[in-house]
Design a protein around this ligand. Structure first.
Ligand code: URA
Length: 239
């Protein structure tokens, strides 16, 4: 790989800033200053920037605690609205996109990455990835409504022949609903189907990854190795 690409990825810099850092002599490769951004490096090289060793990671994985009032879209798609990418520093914001969507008023765990393949797998209906949401609703759910939500409800989805497609089995307990689908406004539509309205919704886990309780709305952190593995190996949920 080219040295400027390596520096840009490992130090989260733009390619241009990486090029400047290299030409100004701030970068060494295996002990020697290299000023040519097109020089080749590989995994066995020790690369430093300003004397600090860098480690190369092919992708970025971020856990964001989405606050209410932000739409789940990248900068490119914004039309005078605040978007979740606005919550990240510019260098990161330019690279990552949100995995799936949360409504403007929904809060909670949003994975942001530049790993398109893993994002695609996590979102694919084939993989039935579990998502859990803490909810409040009005009026409160009765036992009968809980059973209906768990068995599947009609939220207006139809197949090509006009047959009703019920929502897939869900789990509802202690103010938390777990689903494996991700249709537009899915949970709000499910509750509406049983005669209740959602009054707050917070995603507390996604693909087995729990929202970090140390984060406050609007804060983010890099995902840990075990969380990245859960995300990149997104497996079928058991609901
Ligand atoms: N279901 C909804 O209705 N809204 C969300 O933001 C996520 C799931």
């Amino acid at each position: 790989m080219r040295l400027d690409k390596y520096i840009s990825s490992a130090a989260l810099m733009s390619r241009r800033d990486a090029g400047r850092a290299i030409s100004s002599g701030r970068v060494t490769v295996s002990g020697a200053v290299v000023r040519d951004g097109s020089a080749r490096v590989d995994a066995s090289d020790v690369v430093t920037l300003d004397g600090k060793a860098l480690s190369y990671a092919p992708h970025i994985y971020i856990m964001l605690y989405k606050p209410a009032g932000f739409i789940t879209a990248t900068e490119d798609a914004k039309r005078g609205e605040r978007v979740v990418n606005d919550l990240l520093p510019d260098e990161l914001s330019r690279r990552v996109f949100p995995v799936g969507r949360l409504d403007r008023d929904t809060t909670g765990l949003l994975v942001m990455t530049d790993d398109g393949d893993a994002a695609h797998r996590a979102l694919s209906p084939k993989h039935h990835v579990e998502k859990s949401y803490a909810f409040t609703c009005s009026p409160p759910l009765t036992d009968d409504e809980v059973s209906k939500l768990e068995r599947g409800v009609d939220i207006g989805e139809r197949d090509g022949k006009g047959n009703i497609i019920l929502t897939k089995p869900a789990r509802v307990a202690d103010g938390v609903i777990t689903i494996t689908e991700g249709k537009f406004h899915q949970i709000k539509r499910m509750f509406h189907a049983v005669g209740c309205e959602i009054t707050s919704l917070c995603r507390i886990s996604f693909a087995g990854i729990a929202l970090d309780s140390a984060l406050s709305p609007g804060q983010w952190r890099y995902m840990r190795g075990d969380e990245i593995s859960m995300f990149t190996d997104s497996k079928n949920g058991s609901v």
